[in-house]
Design a protein around this ligand. Structure first.
Ligand code: ZN
Length: 310
């Protein structure tokens, strides 16, 4: 595990009271290096586990001594009392410095989860640089999708994140997720970018690529054209999110619950998002494109991939 992998894990687990004395030696050394770099800051211990029996919590009775239920009075070394917590200001500042962003303070997009650190590149090829943590789960996903149009908009965003990117799902959002441990390395008290990863991120997204269609769907999945038709059918954001998840699986089937979770839609079954009385066109498209079995699995059959829009 690299230093930044360890830091990312601590942040993802929401650990705010890391006890180096309780860690095994290799981890303790890494925690110490992160502390020296400034990534972990010293905080007060809220609870102390007895250093002798490692089972009971200890009440501090005087400097250097505590009382354990089982062991009686025990000596407490300074390291027993030391606790560390990730320093978010340090991380935001060091990412901004490594990327050469203007030194503006980060702007919170979603408290405790997502921040805008600055913009890179000239107009037309501008990228929003964001930092995100603990981005997994339906509730946070929905909050992100709600905040996105106002706080980030259509400009392509790069999200450096401590969350595993394959578990973060933001349908319809023009963003690239880059794992923090891959994008940077710790050097001295700062971060430096990993050249290979950064070169990939910097490549300007061409407008053509952004407008590229996905089979019968428009670039943003908000419209679909059925075979033999020439009028696009509009899809709601929820409908588009479901279609996108299925489309990107390239014919692989998905269980209803997982599908709805990934799409960030709080309904039981995909068809619930396509009520026939309200959205006859979208309902027709759903029935035409999406297949299901009797066990509640859904997919878009491979044949839809041969689709060509003339
Ligand atoms: Zn004890």
């Amino acid at each position: 595990m690299t230093l930044l992998e360890l830091l990312a894990a601590c942040i993802e687990q929401g650990r705010t009271s890391i006890a180096p004395a309780m860690a095994e030696e290799a981890t303790r050394k890494r925690l110490d290096r992160l502390h020296k770099a400034g990534a972990l800051a010293r905080v007060r211990a809220r609870a102390i586990i007895c250093p002798q029996c490692e089972a009971n919590s200890v009440r501090v009775i005087q400097v250097g001594a505590g009382l354990c239920r089982a062991c009686g009075q025990v000596l407490l070394a300074a390291e027993d009392l030391q606790r560390l917590a990730p320093d978010h200001d340090w991380l935001h500042r060091r990412i901004a410095q490594a990327l050469g962003l203007p030194g503006e303070p980060p702007r919170t997009i979603l408290p405790g989860r997502l921040w805008h650190l600055g913009d890179l590149g000239r107009a037309g090829a501008r990228k929003r640089i964001l930092f995100g943590q603990q981005l997994i789960g339906t509730a946070v996903q929905r909050a992100l999708l709600d905040a996105w149009p106002t706080h980030v908009g259509e400009t392509h965003a790069v999200i450096f994140t401590t969350s595993p990117p394959d578990r973060v799902f933001l349908p319809g959002v023009p963003a690239t997720l880059v794992p923090l441990p891959a994008a940077f390395r710790l050097r001295g008290r700062g971060l430096v970018t990993d050249d290979a990863v950064w070169a990939g991120v910097k490549t300007p997204a061409t407008p053509l690529a952004a407008q590229r269609r996905h089979g019968p769907f428009s670039h943003d999945f908000r419209e679909v054209i059925l075979q033999g038709e020439d009028t696009p059918i509009a899809l709601t954001p929820s409908q588009a999110a479901i279609m996108r998840v299925l489309w990107e699986l390239e014919g692989v089937s998905l269980e209803s619950e997982t599908l709805m979770r990934r799409a960030g839609v709080a309904l039981e079954k995909p068809v619930d998002a396509f009520p026939r009385n309200k959205y006859p066109g979208a309902n027709g498209a759903y029935r035409c494109l999406v297949a299901s079995d009797r066990c509640g699995r859904y997919w878009i059959p491979r044949s839809s991939f041969e689709w060509r829009v003339s």
